[in-house]
Design a protein around this ligand. Structure first.
Ligand code: HEC
Length: 138
């Protein structure tokens, strides 16, 4: 009769180990869930924070050489490319249609941009950042 208690003891040890493992696992999941939530909150804040968004848009305009065609102040180059200011094409666009033209080349009136205007395939957040930046220009 010595075999039975031994088996029982073994089982108990295994159960303790298993529940410790589950506890560690649960804690691990809880901690990483908290980390994910925190970083998601951070990136949402960056995306919607106006100053950061405008700065990002400015960098994209500089980096993609929009001024080469649309003029040093983005006010257009006669007979070549239109003004991107609020007095120009910007007044025909909202953030969503602007992000679309920067992504697919589809214009606000359902047409497509003509050469040499490139189709940039920019992400939505990048297109809206450019829009936010252009809105700040006079
Ligand atoms: C190589 C020259 C060139 C570059 C670089 C360029 N554009 Fe253009 N863009 C044009 C020309 C030319 C047009 C007019 C053709 C058209 O409207 O289809 C135009 C038109 C546009 C339009 C108006 C589309 C419409 O007709 O409704 C927008 C908006 C625009 N560009 C934004 C930008 C932005 C933002 C950048 C930089 C990320 C940029 N462009 C870079 C040449 C350029």
């Amino acid at each position: 009769m010595t075999a039975r208690p031994l088996i029982c003891e073994n089982n108990n040890t295994m159960q303790t180990k298993t529940s410790l493992f589950s506890l560690t696992l649960a804690l691990g999941i809880a901690v990483s869930a908290a980390t994910i939530t925190e970083s998601a909150a951070k990136s949402t804040m960056t995306a919607t924070k106006p100053a950061a968004q405008v700065a990002h848009g400015k960098a994209l305009v500089g980096g993609n050489g929009c001024a080469n065609c649309h003029g040093a102040k983005l006010a257009g180059r006669k007979g070549f490319a239109p003004s991107l200011l609020q007095t120009g094409v910007l007044k025909e666009y909202n953030a969503a249609t602007f992000a679309r033209v920067m992504n697919t080349g589809e214009t606000n009136d359902g047409g497509y941009v003509h050469k040499p205007m490139p189709v940039y395939h920019l992400k939505n957040a990048d297109g809206t950042a450019i829009y936010a930046y252009l809105k700040t220009l006079k």
